[in-house]
Design a protein around this ligand. Sequence first.
Ligand SMILES: Nc1nc2c(ncn2[C@@H]2O[C@H](COP(=O)(O)OP(=O)(O)OP(=O)(O)O)[C@@H](O)[C@H]2O)c(=O)[nH]1
Ligand SMILES: [Zn+2]
Length: 212
Amino acid sequence: MSEKPKLSQVLTHGRYATSFDAESAEEVYDPRKESLVRSMLTEIGEDPEREGLRRTPLRVAKAMDFLTSGYSLSAEEILKGAIFKEDVKEMVVVRDIEFYSMCEHHMLPFFGHAHVGYLPNGQVVGLSKVARVVDVFARRLQVQERLTNQVADALMEHLSAHGVAVVMEASHTCMMMRGVQKQRSTTVSSAMRGAFDANPSTRAEFMSFIRN
Ligand SMILES: Nc1nc2c(ncn2[C@@H]2O[C@H](COP(=O)(O)OP(=O)(O)OP(=O)(O)O)[C@@H](O)[C@H]2O)c(=O)[nH]1
Ligand SMILES: [Zn+2]
C-alpha cells in the first residue's frame, strides 16, 4: 500500500477509510477524533499546525482505533471453527504471550505477559487462538484483574474444558511515568476456573510450568 493513497485506504480492521479534504489536500481519517486530538494539543500548549504535529491527529486516531480494536471483536468469533476433537486429557499451557493494554483510569499503557493453561475435555483449540483471545480483551480500556478474568471466562465457556488458568504479569506505565513513579514493580493477577480452582495440585502443576 502506498504512503499517500489516491482516494481511500481501508485499514486492516476496516472500520474507516481515509480520504482527502479537497480544499486543504490533507488526508482525513476520522474527523471527529482528529479534531479532539487537535484540541488536546492546543490545550497542552502545543501548536497543532507546526510541521511535526500536522499529521499527529490522524496518526493518534488510527492508533487509538487499533489499541481499542478489541471492542469490535469477540472471543466466540475467534474460537468457533478453531476447536477440534482430540482425545487429550493432559494440561496444555501457552506461556509468555505478550500483551499490550491501556488502563481505564489514565488511558496509559500497561503491558506484560499472559500465561494460559487449560485441561482439555475431548477437544483442543488452535494455539494461536489463545493468544488472539488475550488480544481481544487487551485491546480495550481495562484493569488488569478484569482482563485476566475475561480471558479465563471466555476460554472456559467456549472450550468446554475441565478447567482454565490465566496468570498475567504486567508493568503499568501510569505507575512508572507519573503518580507513584515506581519503575520496577510488576503486578501479577490470576484467574482459576474449574479444576484449577478446585484442585491445589492441578494449580501447582500449572504454576510449575509457568515458572520454568
Ligand atoms: N486494581 C487496578 N488498579 C489499577 C490498574 N491500573 C491502574 N490502577 C490504579 O488505579 C488507581 C486510580 O486511583 P486514583 O487515586 O483515582 O488515581 P490517581 O490519583 O491518578 O492515583 P495515583 O496513580 O496514585 O496518582 C491507581 O491506584 C492506579 O495505580 C489495574 O489494572 N488494576
Ligand atoms: Zn492507570
